[in-house]
Design a protein around this ligand. Structure first.
Ligand SMILES: [Zn+2]
Length: 63
């Protein structure tokens, strides 16, 4: 399983193995984004809910 990280300073994103340490960018730890896991767990075909339901909603809870 992979994890996506985003730098809150410059917006740079990387996707690495979830078991890897949190990468640094601009001298600070990058912010983890749960988007990839969300997609893998729920393909659109298996979800009767509206497709525009944003995975971004989990961001606040994740931190
Ligand atoms: Zn950066």
């Amino acid at each position: 399983m992979q994890q996506r990280y985003e730098c809150e300073n410059c917006g740079h994103q990387v996707t690495i193995e979830a078991s890897a340490p949190v990468p640094d960018c601009c001298g600070q730890p990058m912010k983890a984004l749960p988007l990839e896991a969300c997609r893998e767990a729920g393909p659109e075909a298996a979800r009767p809910t509206k497709p525009e339901e944003p995975c971004e909603d989990f961001r606040g809870n994740h931190q």
